[in-house]
Structures are given as C-alpha cells and as structure tokens.
Design a protein. Structure first.
Length: 282
C-alpha cells in the first residue's frame, strides 16, 4: 500500500475467502453485515471491505442468505462468482454492488444501501424500519427464527436484540463455572434450498485427548478436578434424562480458564421418548 495514495483508490481487501481448495466442502454465509464507515476527510467512499463474496479465488459450493453486502464502491462486486458456479446459491441479500453469478441469483435480493437506526449504544447495528432488508430476510430454521417483527432482518443484527459483543470476553457466560452443567449445547439443524446445515456453539480451548497426548496434565489434583467436572456435567445431563453415550477424551474440551465442556451429543439419547436427543427442525 502506498501511503501517499488517496484512500479512495487503495485496495481495501475482501470480506471472506470463499474458494474451496480442499474439495467437497459447503460454505454457508448467513446474516453477515459489511459495514462501510464514513469516508476520511476529503474522501468520497466508505472505508470498509471490497469486494464482498468472491475474494481469494473462485467461489465453489457456497450458500448465501440474509447478508448485507455493502461494498466500498457500488460498481465493484458485492458477489464475484465469475465462474458462475452452478452449485452456489445466493438470495435474500441486501447489496449495493455488482452481482456476477449464474442466472437466477438473488431472486429475492434487494439492491440498495442499508439505513441504520440512530443509536449511541455500542454494539447495536439495527436497521431502521425504513431500510431495505428490515423484516425482509428468509427464515432459517434454528438460525434466524427468533425474529421480532414480520420476518428476520438481513444482516448480523436483529432489531431489538441485545448489543453485540466483541473481543476475547465476548458472550462469556456470566454464570459461575459449572452452573450450566459444563455441557456444550447440541447443534441446531435446518435446511435451506434443500441443503441441510448445523449451527453450533463456538468455544476456544483444547480437547482432553490433545492434552493427554501433549502430556500437559501432570498434576494429580488437576486430573481429579477435571474428572469431577466431567462427572458433574454427565450428571447434569442425566438429571435432564439425556444419556450422552459417547464420553471420551476427544469429546471433552478445556477452555482457556481450565473449565471443562462435554461436547458432541450426536449419539445422545433422550429417556423421555426413546429417540435421539438431537432432532431435525420441522
């Protein structure tokens, strides 16, 4: 980057690398907001990313829904699927830039610029009721079906929601460790355009099997504490009549603070109905 070059003319960088270098993977892009902060003094265009989707290589096998794809300049690409991948699908997005994709892309998409509600509260990016995309998103089962109005808002923020949180402590539970039983919630499931998806909790840490392989657990008291937390978590599930059926070190995660989380309820069974604990959305 040439520091003497006008900001309006420099390359801003794309939002998301969407190429598939490994093969066979599905890329889900749901409810993202590309913000465009006001221009610098003397500039004309926003300071956010550009392009939207299609950065870093050809788009392959991508499903895009309910995003705000506002790019730096409206003659640049909100979606750059130059190969026109027949397996990719785009719809219900709000965009101001160019859409390059296979025929039929964005049949319910909205071309325009988002209008954000005026607020002084940090972490609130709600659309104004007059904005395109307000209440106009597609309902994604177990993902965006908790909307407040006639339909979900497009973008990352649903009007009326609590402020978004950022940084290493974002969305850290306020409860004391163990009050939630040390269980990772099972994934929610849904289907969009005939494609099934999972929406899962995101946790940072290392699995117990990795810690064992790395010989990172040497203190007997620490081992006993971990065993007790695992037992407490399993007991919490049993109290709710859920049998995990796959307890093993690779399904136990220790977070940055050393607290355990029992994961992967894919084989779990509910004693109330005899069926699996994880059920697909209707």
């Amino acid at each position: 980057m040439n520091l003497t070059e006008p900001w309006d003319d420099v390359e801003h960088g794309g939002f998301l690398k969407t190429s598939d270098n490994m093969g066979g993977g599905r890329v889900f892009v749901f409810h993202n907001t590309l913000l465009q902060p006001a221009p610098l003094t003397g500039g004309m265009y926003g300071r956010g990313c550009d392009p939207g989707l299609g950065h870093g290589g050809p788009i392959v096998n991508l499903l895009s829904r309910n995003n705000i794809l506002q790019v730096h300049k409206d003659w640049h690409a909100s979606i750059d699927d130059s190969a026109r991948d027949p397996a990719s699908s785009y719809d219900y997005d709000l965009y101001n830039g160019v859409i390059t994709a296979a025929a039929g892309a964005e049949p319910n998409g909205m071309r325009g610029v988002p209008i954000y509600a005026t607020t002084t509260t940090a972490g609130v990016f709600a659309l104004d009721p007059s904005s395109p995309g307000f209440d106009d998103g597609q309902v994604l089962a177990n993902f965006s079906d908790g909307f407040a109005g006639a339909g979900p808002d497009v973008g990352a923020f649903e009007a009326g929601s609590a402020p978004m949180e950022f940084g290493v402590d974002a969305y850290r539970p306020s409860a004391m460790p163990g009050e939630d039983g040390g269980l990772v919630p099972g994934p929610d499931v849904g289907v969009v355009a005939g494609v099934p998806y999972l929406a899962m909790a995101f946790l940072r840490g290392r699995t117990l099997d990795r810690l064992i392989r790395d010989r990172a657990l040497r203190d007997s008291r620490e081992k006993a504490r971990i065993a007790c937390e695992i037992a407490r978590a399993v007991g919490h599930a049993h109290a709710h009549r859920i049998i995990h059926r796959d307890i093993k070190p690779s399904n136990v995660l220790l977070d940055a603070e050393g607290h355990i989380h029992v994961m992967d309820f894919g084989l779990a069974k509910s004693l109330d109905d005899g069926g699996p604990a994880l059920k697909p959305a209707p």
